[in-house]
Write a protein that binds this ligand. Structure first.
Ligand code: MN
Length: 713
């Protein structure tokens, strides 16, 4: 690769004004390394240029490219850092300096044979360096990739050492940063030198099948392409076998289960790249109508991205010749993230917004390293190898002990994780020295201190309510349930009764207890109330089970007959006063209401719990009112939270219209996390109507929650 080729490559994403300095750096490196050759006999310059080219794959800015070109100049050519700073600026100097220091750390680490954990020591320092400026690590990884590609001519002992170091440190590091492509190549290259026989064997197995696989993939791709074309979905389709090292680890796993290589069915995968997220789901639909999906082999990592930002749809189908075929569907953007991990998100240009998720990971590294200076070797290496970012967060006790919790865990989860009693007695928490709510979501590296009471008052039943977000872990949930189950029956009965009555008031419905109990398959009311009292049934489950009841809105027999008010609503207790519904809380028949006498517009009807009337200072202007006969429908605002997908709005509107409800307005907001909020204004005749509709909507695929908005919430 010469100067022109490199410049052509970076000009694909860098502005033209960056190019002259890159060309100058190329010439500078050319002169500095003049006459130097590598073990292979090729000119030394090839190495920094290839390193820069790999760095360009990671889309680093001009400073990163230049630093990659110059990374061996200070050490190998004796050129002072000051000279580099003078010509290319302080940013480049610092990157080159950082890379050089990383080299020295790596070398020292591998020389200290008497130290039992050189890698851990190494790694810690490397991570520390990374936490200063991660570009240094990107350059180092690129440097290592090229060295691994050209390892052949080195003496065997040196080759082995470098290969081992790569497998133990650099590949996990690339993995941790989510740079999938580099990770795979580093692993395959190390594997080739560390276990040449195994490598050869798998390469041979792949070679033998290659022709058949190629034919299969070509054919399957053609079938897909035709179907996509018919449906108007634009997609790039490619097929590829897994990497050699990942096949090796898979074979190891299969061997433990007594299975053969021929039984591994996901060696082949087809990848479908599309432009938009909606196309992903369209493509999935087409594939599933073409080939039968294998049960339990579908993963939606778009709606639920993995911790390292990986997004894709995975499905395995019974494709041609009845063979299982794995298909991954994602957008081009998601693909970039997969291949280049955080580097794909890394825009290190001045003024550009940094990637928050990535910053968080770095902060975690920094703390992990700083806090665990005494860490003995393998721990850190192991924890790097393990997939720590996937679904967990790591937090610290005030004593510096690390605790692992599921992602989204709260101080309560933490308290129960430490000790059951601490959970039961928890009254508050401090995170990093600051008081937080018990529903606060913990993040990597947080220091958590639990405040507890000495009294034996026990947990709150509300902690079990899945909507309130108090606990995330099964452990905490189970402990809380246990506590309530062990209470006296009478105590649970009393608590259940109170919760039950409160919930009926909240819903504004009147129904007999035994009727509701029967909806939950209880024929004994007390048993039902006890189940609520000990948390087996959540009071919040009651609403969705209720069906509308005519009598909730029918007028008392003595209701005076009178013409409908101008709003079309009949409200009792206001005589012939003009009434209208308050726009702030939009009351619906069934809601508890109050009237507010306005100066000019008659009586405004609010929900009784509307903050606007409870904050009202002139209480004498509030009057008691109640619902008359419902003569029309009323507008109600609702908000639906859902995982965004194609057809979501259509499915929502279908359910609403099937329930004979009119939609007067619909709008939606798409969020960054692949979810959406859909806002509807509906015409509703009574509250029972609404709760029935809610429970229908909650069954629509992808819908997370449905709630009424405005007024009290
Ligand atoms: Mn180098």
């Amino acid at each position: 690769m010469d100067s022109q080729e490199l410049v052509a490559k970076v000009s694909a994403y860098l502005p033209p004004e960056d190019l002259p300095l890159i060309e100058e750096a190329y010439r500078f490196a050319l002169e500095a390394h003049a006459g130097q050759v590598r073990k292979s006999g090729r000119p030394y310059l090839e190495h920094p240029v290839q390193t820069a080219s790999i760095v360009a794959d990671l889309r680093l800015g001009a400073a990163g490219i230049i630093a990659a070109l110059l990374h061996d100049v200070p050490e190998d050519c004796g050129i002072a850092l000051e000279e580099i700073e003078r010509r290319f600026g302080v940013e480049v100097r610092n990157l080159v300096d950082g890379t050089t220091k990383l080299n020295m750390i790596a070398r020292r680490g591998s020389e200290k044979v008497e130290d039992s954990h050189p890698q851990a020591d190494n790694l810690r320092k490397m991570l520390l360096a990374m936490s200063q400026d991660v570009r240094v690590v990107f350059i180092k990884l690129a440097d290592r990739i090229h060295n691994m590609r050209t390892l052949g001519p080195l003496p065997p002992q040196k080759r082995d050492r470098i290969a081992r170091e790569t497998m133990e440190i650099y590949a996990p590091l690339a993995h941790r940063l989510g740079i999938w492509r580099l990770k795979q190549e580093l692993e395959d290259l190390s594997f080739r030198w560390l276990q040449p026989d195994d490598h050869r064997e798998i390469a041979h197995l792949l070679e033998v099948r290659k022709t058949a696989w190629d034919r299969y993939i070509t054919y399957a791709s053609r079938v897909l392409k035709d179907e996509f074309q018919k449906a108007g979905v634009k997609a790039d389709i490619s097929g590829r076998p897994k990497s050699i090292y990942s096949i090796y680890t898979k074979m190891q796993k299969y061997a433990e289960q007594g299975k053969e290589f021929s039984e591994i069915h996901d060696l082949l995968a087809i990848r479908v790249l599309v432009d938009e997220i909606s196309d992903c789901y369209n493509a999935l639909g087409i594939i599933h109508s073409l080939w039968h999906p294998l049960r339990g082999q579908f993963d939606d990592f778009i709606a639920n991205p993995k911790g390292n930002m990986y997004q894709s749809l995975h499905t395995t189908v019974i494709a041609l010749e009845g063979k299982p075929l794995e298909i991954q569907i994602r957008t081009h953007d998601m693909h970039r993230t997969d291949e280049y991990g955080v580097a794909a998100h890394w825009r290190y240009k001045e003024g550009a917004k940094k990637d928050i998720g990535f910053e968080e990971k770095l902060a975690w590294f920094r703390q992990l390293i700083e806090w665990r200076q005494d860490l003995t070797g393998t721990d850190l290496v192991e924890s790097l190898k393990a997939d720590v970012f996937k679904d967990q967060v790591y937090v610290f006790t005030p004593m510096g002990e690390i605790k692992e919790l599921p992602r989204g865990a709260t101080p309560l989860d933490f308290a129960y994780r430490i000790h059951t009693e601490l959970g039961h007695r928890c009254t508050g928490a401090k995170v990093n020295g600051k008081l937080v709510q018990l529903t606060h979501q913990l993040r990597n590296g947080d220091v958590v201190e639990i405040l507890s009471t000495k009294s034996d008052r026990g947990p709150s039943l509300d902690w079990l309510n899945p909507h309130s977000g108090y606990v995330k872990s099964h452990l905490a949930r189970d402990k809380i349930r246990q506590w309530f189950r062990r209470r006296e029956r009478a105590e649970n009965l009393e608590r259940g009764k109170a919760l039950f009555e409160k919930e009926l008031r909240r819903l504004g419905v009147s129904a007999s207890g035994i009727e509701i109990a029967s909806l939950f398959d209880y024929d004994d009311l007390n048993e039902f109330l006890i189940a609520i009292g000990c948390g087996d049934i959540s009071a919040h489950q009651i609403g969705p089970k209720l069906v509308p009841r005519e009598e909730t809105v029918s007028p008392p027999p003595t209701a005076p007959k009178r013409p409908a008010a101008p709003t079309g609503i009949q409200v009792l207790g206001v005589g012939d006063l003009l009434t209208h519904l308050a726009p702030c809380c939009m009351p619906v028949p069934g809601d508890e209401i109050a009237g507010f006498v306005t100066r000019t517009k008659g009586v405004t009807i609010h929900r009784r719990d509307c903050p606007n009337i409870s904050a009202e200072s002139e209480k004498e202007r509030l009057i008691d009112v109640s619902w008359g006969q419902s003569v029309r429908s009323y507008p109600v605002s609702i908000c639906i939270k859902a995982y965004n997908r194609v057809g979501l709005i259509r499915d929502i509107s279908t359910v609403v219209s099937e329930n004979k409800v009119n939609i007067t307005s619909i709008s939606n907001v798409n969020h960054d996390d692949a979810t959406a909020s859909v806002y509807l204004i509906l015409d509703i005749t009574d509250i029972g109507h609404l709760s029935r509709l809610f429970s229908r909507l909650e069954r629509v695929r992808g819908i997370i929650s449905v709630s009424r908005i405005a007024g009290d919430r």
